[in-house]
Design a protein around this ligand. Structure first.
Ligand SMILES: [Cu+2]
Length: 125
């Protein structure tokens, strides 16, 4: 539900989002670059990554605890946040996003995990 609400709010700034399980009818402007992300204790596997959108994050939980990929930041002065659902050990999903150039925060929204190091800058160039 959080993803749906965020996607609606961001249509005004022409952000294109799809997520596994989300109902999306927005056109895909370009073929996304696929980036593998392995979530593990306690890293996002992103290492201050720079990407050019649109990007499909192919997310795998290679750890033993639940993890997820969330991206937050500001677009036009407004806060936004999108996230995959929680992935159990071994589970995979995808998250396709295209954001204006800028640096955003990627982190794991499972309580306590960000503080243990599951966070990274994520720059769209
Ligand atoms: Cu986590």
């Amino acid at each position: 539900m959080n993803i749906q609400r965020t996607a609606g709010a961001l249509l005004a700034v022409t952000l294109f989002i799809t997520a596994a399980g989300a109902q999306g009818s927005a056109p895909t402007p370009a073929k996304p670059t696929v980036v593998q992300v392995n979530l593990n204790e306690w890293t996002m596997g992103l290492e201050s990554m720079k990407v050019t959108g649109p990007v499909t994050f192919a997310v795998t939980n290679t750890g033993k605890y639940p993890h997820a990929l969330a991206v937050e930041g500001k677009i036009g002065g407004k806060d936004f946040e999108i996230s995959t659902g929680w992935l159990k050990a071994g589970e995979k999903t995808t998250l396709t996003i295209d954001l204006p150039a800028g640096t955003y925060n990627a982190y794991c929204p499972v309580p306590g995990h960000e503080g243990k190091g599951m966070k990274s800058d994520l720059t769209f160039q």
